[in-house]
Design a protein around this ligand. Sequence first.
Ligand code: COA
Length: 342
Amino acid sequence: MSEVKLLGTGSSVPEKIVTNDDLAGLVETNDEWIRTRTGICRRHIVTKETLTSMSVEASRRALEAAGIEPMDLDMIIVATLTPDEPLPNASSAVQKALGAHRAFCFDLSAACSGFVYAMGCAAMYIKGGAARHVLVIGAEVLSKIVDWHDRKTCILFGDGAGAAVFGSASQPGFLGMDMGTDGWRGNTLTMFERDMDNPFMTEAQKNAVNMESDEACKIRPRSRYVYMDGPEVFKFAVKQVPDSIHKLLDAQGLSVADIDHFVLHQANYRIIESVAKRLKVSLDKFIITIDEYGNTSAASVPLALDELMRSGRVRPGDRLMISGFGGGLTWGSVLWQIQDND
Ligand code: COA
């Protein structure tokens, strides 16, 4: 069975920067509230970019860092909840733009855990011998599903894309993973896309399936925009992420002291601070990008990973703990070791 290593990373964000002061012109909020409650100073929002264009740019950078060509790719996964369109999927559009003729492509939906789940998939396909080179992208255009009149959510999110290329190797880079989902708490982060409607349904059936029978409607609005119970998500994250990290480390016979860098989903600076405190690890070991990008859901982990990999802080032998969490509710952690030849 083959081992798996990280070959290269890349990222791409929209040119347009939206500051907290810009948002104070839209909703009743202010720079101080946003900075102190979330750690966010600004976010990048699409004005001319698309999910595909950002994904392609991030991928080209990751391929260049990896030193391989698009034709070397066997598989492309795009983790996203905001594809440009549902059909064709985002990964097929990326394949076409890159000219990655040999790759098979699919999208993966697991909200802010999406990139971490996709990394797990890539590792399993490579280990199983079904693929040698896999391109994994996390990308979002959250600005199209955010209610720009809702101050509780619109200040949090941003757009962007990050990518990573994984390949088969002789030394183990991928050490293990821990994934979990709690569908019973799914109502804390939701968005409706489209009602059930076909010519064979009566009005009563449409109402029953779309409205009255929907238990969820009793506790949260039926909105086409992102709805979030912020405090509940916060509580979930600060408990679940350390639990997942400990579980993964225990399975590997390692402790938090063996980890050199923590790359967490960037949802709120205070969540990262609280996770560091619970793990009893210095915050210096955590990469922070939320100040610059806000919460970019599936793009946040690869954006942070790319920043870390290009920072010059990662040395051969270093261990990386990468954790995502969010809608579903979902969570996942993946443990990597950087090999000499990585
Ligand atoms: N500007 C100013 N005031 C705001 C505000 C804003 N943008 N948004 C909310 N407020 C107000 C609220 O109305 C509330 O006022 P009230 O006490 O008069 O009712 C007060 O600030 C506190 O609101 P609350 O929601 O309790 O704040 P909080 O400290 O929990 O922070 C979040 C809110 C959203 C920043 C925080 O809960 C969070 O980050 N949660 C996790 C979010 C997340 O990670 N989501 C994605 C998951 S991947």
